[in-house]
Design a protein around this ligand. Structure first.
Ligand code: ZN
Length: 248
């Protein structure tokens, strides 16, 4: 076990305070990312104490600049914990976590409430953070399933209005790497995280992917197709650049 140097647990940027988490990684390089509004630093186990302090300082400067551009407007990040709420475009979900004597962990949706049942043995073994990860995953799966019809309604509407193309399959993906994709087989993936972005940003990513059915590239012609369906698309692009990483 390598001990970590003392580091600030919070980063103050303007009026906003962001939690900082620091971990030791097995790799040779150290990394920083912003996830769900938290600055996550992973320090290489090979870095000495003096180096660690330098790296943390450098990473916090980077995070500070990144977060200074962040304008928390038009969306509320999901709060996946007992008593928490998750706001989407058309629904608000309440989260209730219950400990049961069952062996496995399950979740169900009942009248806008996501009930999460954690097995007692399991819940007692885990740390608070570990339980949080499980609750988040179970809640996300419920929301993803419940919101799939919404996704298809939006895509059908935009497609009928502007493209009239055949879409094979359209679904949410939990990937972090991209906001959307369209395959040659006309399978469309939209990042589940966009449910927590403003409605227009969500619609823009749908328009973007549908536009690839006309132009399978990012040429000038492609952007003309996008603009034809959504003239103000640049606002959404900008929003994603500045805030997209906050969506978790
Ligand atoms: Zn594209």
């Amino acid at each position: 076990m390598i001990s970590l140097v003392i580091y600030p647990k919070f980063l103050q940027v303007g009026e906003n305070t962001f939690p900082v988490r620091c971990e030791v990684s097995r790799g040779r390089s150290s990394t920083v990312k912003i996830l769900n509004g938290e600055v996550v630093i992973r320090l290489s186990r090979y870095a000495g104490e003096f180096q660690q302090a330098k790296i943390i300082e450098k990473f916090l400067t980077w995070a500070g600049k990144r977060l200074a551009k962040f304008k928390p407007s038009g969306f509320i990040l999901p709060d996946y914990k007992d008593g928490g709420k998750v706001f989407t475009h058309n629904k608000v979900y309440d989260i209730v976590v219950k400990i049961t004597d069952r062996k496995n962990n399950t979740a169900r949706l009942k009248e806008g409430v996501i009930e999460i049942f954690l097995g007692r043995v399991f819940a007692e073994k885990l740390s608070e953070k570990g339980r949080g990860v499980v609750v988040k995953k179970l809640a996300e799966d419920v929301i993803l399933k419940d919101q799939t019809s919404y996704l298809n309604e939006v895509v059908d509407e935009l497609n009928q209005m502007h493209f009239q193309e055949k879409v094979n399959l359209c679904r949410f993906k939990k990937t972090r790497s991209r906001f959307g994709s369209m395959s040659r087989k006309r399978n469309m993936n939209i990042s589940f995280r966009l449910l927590f972005a403003p409605r227009d940003v969500f619609r823009y990513v749908c328009v973007h992917e549908l536009s690839h059915l006309k132009e399978f590239n990012h040429s000038k012609r492609f952007w003309a197709v996008v603009a034809g369906a959504m003239p103000e698309y640049k606002d959404a692009e900008k929003w994603l650049r500045h805030n997209g990483f906050m969506l978790g």
